[in-house]
Design a protein around this ligand. Structure first.
Ligand code: NAD
Length: 454
């Protein structure tokens, strides 16, 4: 593939290893994104009526803050990291060198189509790699603006955008990359992992899952409902870490449902379809799939749809059919099933029906209960008494576990992820203790006694 060949050649010039070069590149990118922020909002609106506020907060400003952090800290991050040395190697100085992998491939999904291209890209460039980006074909307007931004800033041998769908993605995956960063479904994640294995290419897989949201009898119900409504219906439910279903204690179920309904109306008004604050489903295929989930279920709120622009109202389902479509896999839309529990065993039985999710949320004021959920179940990350916010702290790694993902990023972690950690010991020559060389003369019992030998 021509573009990869050219990127490899460019990488070999060693230019990307220079911190000043990387910093200049990131600054140019920052300027370009800042100047195109309106066009970015327009593109996302054209793709699925994403509210302008949501685009600013979760896409462009999110990316700009990652850029600022990387620009500010690049020297510090890229500096060889000193480690204490062992007595066995004395005298030496020991370091980890952060080395770029080389040519990176980034494949992105459509739900946060701008942010999920640029957040990994920033880390990959900060670490000194060349990059090929494959945005999602499901959001063509955003894909176009990504193309414009990147070609406006970088030569193709450094960063290139290859637009297209599954066939293009598959073609890219046949190549011998030095690193692949994929965000998308678990189903496609497996295909990416398999392709990467053929070349022994390291990967980060940012995938999905069925995220439980547990509300116990001690929760502050009205505030919990408000925060659940926000996290679930943001981006019309098309968020990988959105609560997928609610597990609520029988004692507070009615109160929670009443509050959730009220907060949906507070957020989007009584005529939700006309609200400027509510996105559409990305395309007809996804919309039809979500419509099918509603068939035969007990809808207690919402359920309205409009084929014209893939609109689906925030919809609550009481006690969903466990074998029905809605409880089969990840919902990824504005449908919120509510399941009642009474004992922790019931919670465990339900959660263990599914793979390890990307997120789990607990609404409770009982510290022991909060800690029990954190310790009993495996999941990517989560929040206590809120939803989604774990993604906003750059000091926290963001990623899944098992089928919800491999690896984690954000902030400094993204830089680390795109850097090979090269361990180097620099040995002094002025002395050479004889003990390690045969014939071995150091008594065994002495070796066992020396502390911190290794
Ligand atoms: P997807 O897996 O269908 O597509 C993602 C990317 O892979 C697209 O660029 C697409 O062109 C490509 N692709 C699709 N099929 C392919 C194939 N057979 N071979 C090679 N490439 C292929 O995902 P999506 O529908 O765009 O996004 C939704 C999914 O992404 C959800 O499951 C969601 O949970 C997940 N997601 C995860 C995160 C995260 O950070 N963990 C973030 C956003 C979305």
């Amino acid at each position: 593939m021509e573009v990869l060949k050219n990127q490899r050649e460019f990488f070999r010039t060693q230019q990307t290893k220079q911190i000043a070069f990387r910093k200049r590149s990131l600054k140019r990118l920052q300027k370009e994104i800042e100047s195109k922020e309106d066009a970015i909002c327009d593109a996302l609106y054209a793709d699925f009526k994403k509210p302008r506020f949501e685009t600013l907060v979760a896409e462009s400003q999110f990316v700009l803050s990652e850029l600022k952090l990387a620009i500010k800290n690049l020297e510090l991050w890229a500096r060889p990291e000193r480690k204490s040395s062992s007595l066995a190697n004395w005298p030496s100085s020991d370091h980890i060198y952060k080395e770029p992998y080389g040519s990176v491939l980034i494949i992105a999904p459509w739900n946060y189509p701008f942010q999920l291209v640029f957040t990994p890209l920033i880390g990959a460039l900060a670490a000194g790699n060349t990059v090929v980006v494959k945005p999602s074909e499901a959001t063509p307007n955003t894909s176009k603006i990504i193309q414009e931004i990147i070609t406006g800033v970088f030569p193709k041998e450094y960063v290139a955008v290859i637009e297209g769908g599954v066939a293009v993605s598959q073609q890219l995956l046949t190549q011998d990359w030095d690193y692949i960063f994929f965000t998308g479904s678990t189903r496609v994640g497996k295909i990416v992992y398999e392709s990467a294995a053929k070349h022994m290419t390291p990967v980060t897989l940012e995938l999905g899952g069925k995220n439980p949201c547990i509300v116990d009898q001690t929760a502050v119900i009205d505030l919990s409902a408000k925060r659940i409504v926000w996290g679930k219906f943001l981006n019309a439910g098309q968020t990988c870490i959105a609560p997928d279903y609610i597990l609520v204690h029988r004692k507070v179920k009615d109160k929670l449902i009443t509050s959730i309904k009220r907060h949906i109306i507070n957020c989007f008004g009584p005529a939700i379809e006309t609200s400027p604050n509510y996105a559409r489903l990305v395309n007809e295929k996804h919309y039809q799939g979500l419509k099918e989930m509603l068939v035969g279920e007990n809808i207690i709120f919402g359920g309205e749809t409009n084929d014209r622009d893939n609109f689906m109202a925030p919809t609550l389902i009481d006690t969903p059919k466990m074998e029905g479509k809605v409880m089969k896999g990840e919902i990824f839309g504005p449908i919120l099933p509510i399941i009642t529990y009474e004992t922790i065993e019931e919670i465990a039985n339900l959660i263990s029906r599914y793979d390890k999710p990307l997120a789990t949320y607990v609404f409770s004021t009982d510290r022991k209960f909060q800690d029990k959920i954190i310790s009993d179940f495996s999941f990517g990350g989560g929040a206590i008494n809120d939803t989604i916010i774990q993604i906003t702290n750059k000091n926290l790694p963001f990623g899944g576990v098992g089928p919800s993902g491999i690896g984690a990023y954000h902030g400094k972690e993204t830089f680390e992820l795109f850097s090979h950690h090269k361990a180097i010991i620099k040995k002094a020559n002025w002395i050479d203790p004889p003990f390690r060389y045969p014939p071995y003369t150091l008594p065994i019992r002495l070796i066992k006694k020396i502390k911190h030998l290794f």
